[in-house]
Design a protein around this ligand. Structure first.
Ligand SMILES: Nc1ncnc2c1ncn2[C@@H]1O[C@H](COP(=O)(O)OP(=O)(O)OP(=O)(O)O)[C@@H](O)[C@H]1O
Ligand SMILES: Cc1ncc(C[n+]2csc(CCO)c2C)c(N)n1
Length: 257
């Protein structure tokens, strides 16, 4: 995210453009099936400044790329109730640092962000974002906990945004303020869905441009309106002015990755 004149600039292509070496990020593999195109996920893995597999995410990654080189993460974190011993032993032997995070009051995803923060601080690394690979499926409690982690991330990582990347969607938080989101021509032309959802608390004032169903100083709140199944009006740049934090989620079409 670049800030200029109080506008937050977001560019989905930072993540989707495999050749973009300017975007510096941490990369997390959570415990969900990895359905993203192999070349794309590998290019992200190879470009990342720090790679972390989170508990059962280590099994997913190991089996996804078994037999290939350069698959060892810098860190393996988690309460270690899901990682297989064979996978742990293999990655340890290849030099991964294992950081057990046994606290049962936070999810392994949240605790992994704390580990990333410690890691980048100790190595003096700068990150523009953290990308967490995780399908939004299976368990509603985990899905909600993952969104809660996005909310908690501000206290853990400061201004480094966390993106949740799935096969068909990219999700992150828009804090209060003005935002320009460049979603790219490909996604707009494909007519993908997008959404603006207030979680935790209603948001009093939301104004947008670039959407098919724009908001004009309107309230978004559960029990009233939340903006789901929205799409684009044809412009690759969407603007959002919001008085509270919103979850922005957008469809990724196959051509975009
Ligand atoms: N069904 C799911 N849907 C979405 N995310 C999931 C799901 N299952 C696991 N995850 C993500 O993967 C992370 C690691 O999960 P894992 O199953 O390895 O450990 P866990 O002990 O169940 O997770 P946690 O300790 O966080 O509850 C979780 O913190 C969560 O972010
Ligand atoms: C009020 C409350 N509800 C649930 C849990 C359980 N919990 C939340 S995160 C987590 C880690 C999962 O591996 C566990 C067990 C708790 N501690 N406090």
């Amino acid at each position: 995210m670049n800030c200029s004149a109080a506008v937050n600039h977001w560019n989905a292509l930072d993540i989707l453009d495999a050749g973009n070496v300017l975007f510096r990020f941490g990369f997390l593999i959570l415990n969900q099936p990895i359905n993203i195109q192999r070349d794309f996920v590998c290019s992200l893995w190879n470009r990342a400044s720090v790679r972390v597999t989170v508990d059962g995410g280590a099994n997913r990654w190991f089996h996804f790329l078994q037999g290939t080189d350069s698959i060892t993460p810098e860190l393996i974190t988690g309460d270690m109730d899901s990682i297989k011993q064979t996978v742990l032993t293999y990655f340890k032997s290849k030099g991964a640092e294992v950081i057990p995070t046994p606290d049962q009051n936070e999810t392994d995803f949240t605790k992994a962000l704390r580990c990333i923060h410690r890691y980048i601080t100790s190595k003096n690394l700068q990150l523009d974002g953290v990308i967490a690979v995780c399908e939004t499926s299976g368990r509603l409690d985990q899905i909600l906990a993952n969104l809660n982690t996005l909310y908690k991330a501000k206290d853990i990582l400061g201004n480094i945004p966390v993106y949740q990347l799935a096969k068909n969607s990219l999700t992150w938080l828009l804090p209060p303020g003005s935002h320009q989101i460049n979603v790219g021509d490909v996604i707009v032309q494909a007519g993908g869905w997008c959404s603006l959802v207030p979680l935790g608390a209603g948001v009093e004032h939301v104004t947008t441009t670039g959407l098919k169903w724009n908001l004009n100083n309107q309230v978004l709140e559960f029990g009233r309106m939340i903006s789901t199944s929205n799409t684009y009006s044809g412009n690759p740049v969407v603007t959002v002015e919001t008085s509270g934090t919103l979850v922005w989620s957008m469809e990724l079409c196959d051509d975009a990755t």
